[in-house]
Ligand binder design. Structure first.
Ligand SMILES: [Zn+2]
Ligand SMILES: [Zn+2]
Length: 137
């Protein structure tokens, strides 16, 4: 019985490590389906439910970051410098940006409400350069 549990735990750890390695090796913003597909492509046998649970666990441990988009959560490496996101509603492209004035204004807005800011997420929606060109032509 104990052996069964240890084997289960080792498998769980290996699966979470595989998810973490995949995300850490890229600059992408992954959804659960993409993670599952990429791992299956490498020959891993991992189900979508395990991927969802693994992503949640890794996020609550602070090992990966997430952004909540309208449809789903996307995950990225936790070791990047702070940045916000622009999301193209045409093709789904995600652009990262950081703007000093926006950062400072958020601090000021929080201060005005007596709010101690510990973090923020800003997601802006629109059309990327490529989609705009297609719209214009
Ligand atoms: Zn686009
Ligand atoms: Zn990002």
């Amino acid at each position: 019985m104990i052996t069964v549990i240890i084997t289960f735990m080792q498998k769980l750890t290996a699966q979470r490590q595989a998810i973490l390695d995949l995300i850490n090796a890229s600059n992408r913003h992954w959804d659960a389906d993409e993670v599952a597909r990429a791992l299956v492509d490498t020959g891993a046998s991992i189900g979508i439910a395990t991927v969802y649970r693994g992503l949640s666990a890794l996020e609550s441990q602070g090992l990966i970051d997430s952004i909540q988009l309208a449809d789903k959560k996307r995950y990225e490496r936790a070791d990047k410098a702070h940045h916000d996101h622009m999301v193209c509603t045409g093709c789904g492209h995600i652009e990262e940006f950081s703007h000093d004035t926006i950062e400072a204004l958020q601090e000021a807005a929080a201060e005005k409400k007596g709010f101690k800011l510990t973090g923020h997420q800003l997601v802006m929606f629109g059309f990327c350069r490529k989609c705009r060109q297609e719209l214009d032509t």
